[in-house]
Ligand binder design. Sequence first.
Ligand code: NAD
Ligand code: ZN
Length: 250
Amino acid sequence: MEEKLLSVSSAWKKANYPLVFTGAGMSAESGVPTFRGKDGLWDRFDVEKAAYLQSFLEDPGPFWKMARELVLKKEVNPHQGHRALARLEEEGYLQGIITQNIDGLHQKAGSKEVYELHGSLDKLDCLDCQKKYTWEEISPDVEKGEVNCECGSRKVKPRIVFFGENLPREELDRAFFAAEQCDFLIVVGSSLEVYPAASIPQIAWQRGARMALINTEQGFFPEMFDWVFLDSAERVLVELEKKILGGDQK
Ligand code: NAD
Ligand code: ZN
């Protein structure tokens, strides 16, 4: 592992446009369950009912029950891996983070340039009367498993991308543009199964970027990666930060 860490950190330091691409596994050590993989939400929830736009519009209940598991069971905070990425950006070693996560943990850790491909749970809109809510305002209702607007509507929709919905165009374009400049990309905690998000690492790879994967299991497209850490996001990112900022490697 030591040799691999040295090799990755050395490539990272030399890169002109380093990017990180994160998926649900990035937040696992903050206590947020992933969709797929061990103990994933997929095994415990009926995805058709919980995550498809059409189902949400018919009955939002199953979505809120899953959302409660996703972020509300306890206060969710960034772990040291999130913080390492924020410090690396601050020190000029990271151009941005492209994330599939909707939990806001990168920003909470201090990261600035975050492309949220699947939106965020932060803000919500009533689809009937257009009243806006913040997550904080509705979280007591989420705990009860049912969210109602003051107009009586149950269609209070978070600004996240449900299955069957398009990704936010502007955010996606920005992410594609960044991937085209990228010469070093680390994929963290993503099975690379969900499109179009998963095409972003492919763009960087096709443009000749050096590529590293940090994931507890080997996902799709193993051929893309110059380095693979079958390990936890927090552990590896903390070690990489030490190598890059800690001065134990020049
Ligand atoms: P995924 O759930 O499909 O895959 C997660 C991957 O992370 C798995 O391959 C798993 O082996 C790996 N993993 C688990 N724990 C890890 C750890 N500690 N360190 C490193 N890797 C670990 O995730 P995805 O590719 O992001 O796609 C899922 C979709 O679900 C996304 O579109 C996302 O919007 C949504 N989602 C978001 C959250 C969140 O916001 N935190 C959580 C669940 C799902
Ligand atoms: Zn309303």
